[in-house]
Write a protein that binds this ligand. Structure first.
Ligand code: UDP
Ligand code: MG
Length: 139
């Protein structure tokens, strides 16, 4: 399979609990190459747009507040089958259901404050990568 790119975020909870380094180590140990990375404070309007697919869900307002509460590390990761492999390494959305050894099992507090984001398909990655990165920022 050819190299693929996915979009990832280390969310504000994991930055606050100082798990950034361990998550990055796990990413590298699992064969991903970091193609783009920046620490940003996501703006409310950006979070609302990024998660617009969830606009009608009861957790939307809380999710937007959470994602904008502090710094987040946005990244583009590359490897073979990157989208599926990153979702696998992340673990289930609800850490209570996440497999042993996954990032969410290790570091997520609950279903909302769940440490990391990953694109859920090629179409999503194709939208999410340019949402946060220009071509020149992908190395
Ligand atoms: N989320 C939440 N409550 C829920 C489901 C999701 O707060 O019941 C939050 C959580 O931070 C999750 C994000 O909304 O990561 C996006 O939800 P999605 O279903 O896309 O999960 P993911 O793709 O992140 O696993
Ligand atoms: Mg999702």
């Amino acid at each position: 399979m050819a190299l693929e790119r996915t979009f990832a975020i280390i969310k504000p909870d994991a930055i606050q609990t100082k798990h950034t380094g361990e998550i990055l180590a796990s990413i590298e140990q699992n064969g991903f190459r970091i193609v783009g990375m920046k620490l940003i404070r996501i703006a409310r309007q950006e979070a609302e747009k990024f998660y617009e697919v969830h606009q009608q869900r009861p957790f939307f307002a809380g999710l937007v507040t959470f994602m904008t509460e502090g710094p987040a590390l946005v990244m583009v990761l590359e490897r073979e089958d990157a989208i599926a492999k990153w979702r696998e390494l992340m673990g289930a959305t609800n850490p209570a259901n996440a497999a042993e050894g996954t990032i969410r099992k290790r570091f997520a507090e609950n279903i909302e404050r769940n440490a990391v984001h990953g694109s859920d398909g090629a179409d999503t990655a194709a939208v999410e990568i340019p949402f946060f990165f220009s071509t020149a920022e992908l190395l």
